[in-house]
Design a protein around this ligand. Structure first.
Ligand SMILES: [Zn+2]
Length: 370
């Protein structure tokens, strides 16, 4: 049974004082970005040991943007916006395919390279003889509290009990919609040999929950699992879970490189020059998972999240043959309409220019060979 964790007064205070911390949404003030920054190297740190993006602190939006945004978030937490997908089936084709379809697809034992969208940034990937999850969250809320915070609007694409055995888990950063401790505990319990890969500074959180097989990596460090390379790579983002830990732990993207397939997981990130560097160093990729949601209001979001057009650019930059969209349609985290990101993503990829990109918007629960 999952431990209750720190869900008392501390968590509530954190939630009330900084609603931006429960689901990676907001950052303060604007910032010019130098063009000549090099991303591919160890993550820079400030004098006080906090991590920082190579372009400096990510700032976006003053109180005139933040306060209405946060008020809107509180309202949608209490009552779903019109058009938000339901908590079970949805008439909207983007959001759901029946679990029956998933159960009968039965491809996991065949060893073919496949990707399944569980919802939000959670993917189940099978390639080169390994099976792994990205930013797994099966919880009903992306929040430190079980009773308050952004609610899951669509059930996970595969129920937790139907998950096949997992070899490893990739975690991009500590925001609650990406690092969900109750889910990680369940995975560790069911998969005692699974290793959890996290960017620097995040292992402690897992150790505290009794998860011991944790590997912390810095940007450009790598590990090997069953002959498959795992690369920790830059992302343009930030971190925060409590009141005083902004930028205290690192954020990252990940590449998984086997003999047969090359996969890139962008994590949670703004569009940044590092994608090109990653593509030059490790591309091309057969499949890149790119976040396409949580981009409005632009003044607050654009340095830490990509819009659908930027997600297409990112996939092209890393040299992806195919891009699969994530980070939308599951939790209502930002101001754009919930069905806008996938439509814009497909549209942008259609016009992606001289480098043809195949863009996938999976239904939640859909599995596809790649
Ligand atoms: Zn985030």
């Amino acid at each position: 049974m999952p431990k209750p964790g720190k869900t008392g007064g501390h968590a509530l205070l954190a939630l009330l004082l900084s609603t931006s911390s429960f689901a990676c949404t907001a950052l303060p003030g604007p910032h010019p970005l130098p063009e000549s920054t090099v991303w591919l190297g160890p993550a820079p740190r400030t004098e006080n040991g906090r991590f920082v993006n190579p372009v400096g602190e990510l700032l976006g939006g003053g109180n005139r943007v933040r306060i209405p945004f946060l008020w809107g978030r509180i309202k949608t937490t209490l009552r779903p916006r019109p058009g938000a997908p339901g908590t079970t089936d949805s008439a909207t084709s983007y959001f759901r395919r029946s679990l029956q379809d998933v159960a009968t697809q039965g491809v996991y034992s065949q060893g073919a390279p496949t990707v399944t969208w569980i919802g939000h940034a959670t993917l189940l990937v099978e390639m080169d003889g390994v099976r792994f999850l990205t930013d797994p969250i099966w919880s009903k809320r992306a929040s430190p509290l079980s009773w308050l915070g952004p609610a899951r609007r669509v059930e996970p694409g595969i129920s937790f009990d139907d998950l096949p055995q997992i070899d490893f888990v990739l975690i991009s950063h500590n925001h609650f919609d990406h690092l969900d401790l109750p889910t990680l505990e369940r995975i560790a319990e069911r998969n005692p040999k699974a290793t959890f890969y996290v960017p620097l500074g995040n292992a402690e959180l897992l150790f505290e929950r009794g998860i011991t097989r944790v590997v912390e990596l810095d940007w450009t460090q790598q590990a090997t699992v069953q002959g498959v390379e795992i690369h920790c790579l830059p992302a343009q983002h930030w971190s925060k879970r409590g009141l005083t830990d902004t930028y205290a732990t690192l954020w990252s993207s990940w590449a998984v490189i086997g003999k047969d397939r090359r996969f890139f997981f962008a994590g949670d990130t703004g569009y940044f020059a590092g994608f090109k560097e990653i593509g030059d160093a490790l591309g091309p990729f057969d499949l890149a998972a790119v976040p396409i949601g949580a981009y409005e209001p632009t003044a607050m979001m654009h340095l830490s999240h990509m819009n659908p057009e930027e997600a297409v650019m990112a996939a092209v930059d890393v040299g992806a043959r195919t891009a699969v969209a994530v980070h939308f349609g599951t939790f209502d985290l930002a101001d754009e309409p919930l069905d806008e990101p996938p439509a814009r993503f497909i549209e942008a990829a259609t016009g992606s220019g001289s480098t043809p990109l195949e863009a996938w918007v999976l239904s939640i629960g859909e599995i596809r060979p790649f």
